[in-house]
Design a protein. Structure first.
Length: 456
């Protein structure tokens, strides 16, 4: 007969796990090779709580209304802690979930209270020696819940619009819709379109879980935004309304308003922080960190042109060739990251004036077509050893995708100088070199400007 646990018993058992390895928690012999990604949860379900693995829509401890989750965190090279991965919740039933309200949804029914068990992931240890270190009975704070409700609605609205196949993790802030299945070919029917959609699950984003790790395990505090978040508006619209009063003020006027002197190097970034009423970077606030929102300042000159394209971290030639598209750094970055563009426009007096902020994430329809094409061409060039096209007057011209090749993305150098290089997986056929100047992907300035102009 299945045992019924009280909340107190669930907590007491979770606390008793602290300090124990997963090898110690097993009731039967299992080799380290058998510790797969889901095996730690299986051990708690089968051996510790003994209720049996399941995929039902109710929480694991139905009577207590508590779902059990086991999740890893890691120690970074700089000593900080972060979540190792997102926290995957329940599969999204496209054919049913849209019929619900948030509080009658399968998501809320299953996940409103989470008994989280954390273990420390250590790459140099046997998986059976990973140790449980912390536990937490977690309920969403009211401030977070408002955002999560809005995230849930964004996902549901895409399903209702017949666009379940276009859902992206970057569409939302805290509650994501991650792919879930054996491969990218794991698909499901959707109710308002004949296009098969990737199977997805509700999940708490890696960045959201990292903030929980740093708060409850590392005991860190973070700056928080003071915003009203009127329930009639999204977080993004609330921010836009808040900053609207600064529209039309020059950089010089804003510097005087906030007491910024000596025109520091990152003046525009500092101004953006002051617009939000904080001291540190906006991207480091509790809300922006949880949502993985990256801030970028954009300058539009008096000819109404954005001069510079936008660069991203350099890729390593020896690593990019070993990834599939959906495992690549480029795909991961744009499928999980939202941007806030802070726009400053130059006027005839040559001064720059604050214009607006624009929230944006890469549409899956562009990511899986145009960017994938640029990425694949880049990988093919590196694999083939056909990097150098020609050398004229001492200048090296390469075969990587150019600014003029498409409207979205290209590849350009991203090193300190021509001697700042990464090794190649195969020597270049024309020159025989085994290393090449660091490169990175760039978003085209005209594409970003079109995004900004579309919100006028």
């Amino acid at each position: 007969m299945k045992k019924i646990y009280s909340e107190k018993e669930i907590r007491e058992i979770a606390r008793s796990l602290i300090g124990k390895t997963f090898g110690e928690l097993n009731d039967f012999e299992i080799s380290d090779d058998d510790y797969g990604k889901g095996s730690f949860g299986y051990i708690l379900e089968e051996d510790v709580y003994q209720y049996g693995a399941n995929s039902k829509s109710e929480p694991d401890f139905e009577e207590a209304g508590i779902e059990l989750k086991v999740t890893p965190y890691k120690r970074n090279n700089n000593g900080t802690l972060s979540a190792k991965e997102r926290l995957v919740l329940n599969i999204i039933n496209y054919m049913n979930e849209y019929k619900n309200t948030f509080y009658t949804s399968d998501f809320w029914n299953k996940n409103k209270r989470l008994q989280i068990v954390w273990y420390l992931y250590e790459p140099d240890k046997l998986r059976s020696n990973f140790k449980v270190t912390h536990e937490l009975l977690f309920e969403f704070p009211e401030k977070d819940l408002r955002i999560i409700k809005n995230d849930w609605q964004i996902i549901i609205d895409k399903i209702k619009a017949g666009k379940a196949h276009e859902i992206s993790e970057a569409d939302t802030m805290y509650l994501g819709a991650c792919t879930k299945g054996a491969s990218s070919k794991s698909v499901r029917k959707q109710p308002f379109s004949d296009i098969m959609a990737k199977q997805r699950a509700f999940s708490l984003k890696t960045t959201y879980m990292t903030q929980l790790v740093r708060k409850y395990i590392a005991n860190e505090d973070f700056e928080e935004l003071d915003y009203s978040f009127d329930t009639e508006f999204s977080f993004e619209n609330d921010i836009k309304q808040r900053l609207r009063k600064y529209k039309g003020l020059s950089v010089n006027e804003l510097s005087k308003l906030f007491g910024i002197v000596n025109e520091p190097k990152h003046l525009l970034d500092i101004i953006i922080s002051r617009l939000f009423g904080i001291k540190g970077k906006v991207s480091n606030t509790n809300e922006f960190s949880k949502a993985n929102i990256i801030t970028k300042t954009i300058r539009i000159n008096k000819n109404n042109r954005m001069i510079e394209s936008m660069s991203f971290p350099a890729f390593k030639f020896t690593e990019i060739v070993n990834h599939e598209w959906e495992e690549s750094d480029l795909y991961t970055y744009f499928s999980t990251t939202k941007f806030m563009f802070a726009v400053f426009k130059q006027k005839d007096d040559d001064e720059y004036y604050f214009e607006k902020v624009v929230f944006w994430n890469m549409p899956l329809s562009i990511l899986d077509t145009e960017l994938r094409g640029v990425w694949k061409k880049t990988v093919d060039i590196i694999k083939s050893g056909n990097i150098v096209k020609e050398i004229k007057n001492g200048i090296v011209y390469n075969n990587f995708p150019k600014l003029s090749d498409n409207h979205y993305c290209h590849v350009r150098p991203h090193g300190r100088n021509k001697d700042d290089v990464y090794p190649l997986p195969v020597p270049d056929k024309l020159t025989g070199v085994v290393e090449f100047t660091k490169q990175c992907f760039w978003l085209k300035n005209k594409y970003i400007q079109d995004i900004i102009n579309s919100e006028d």
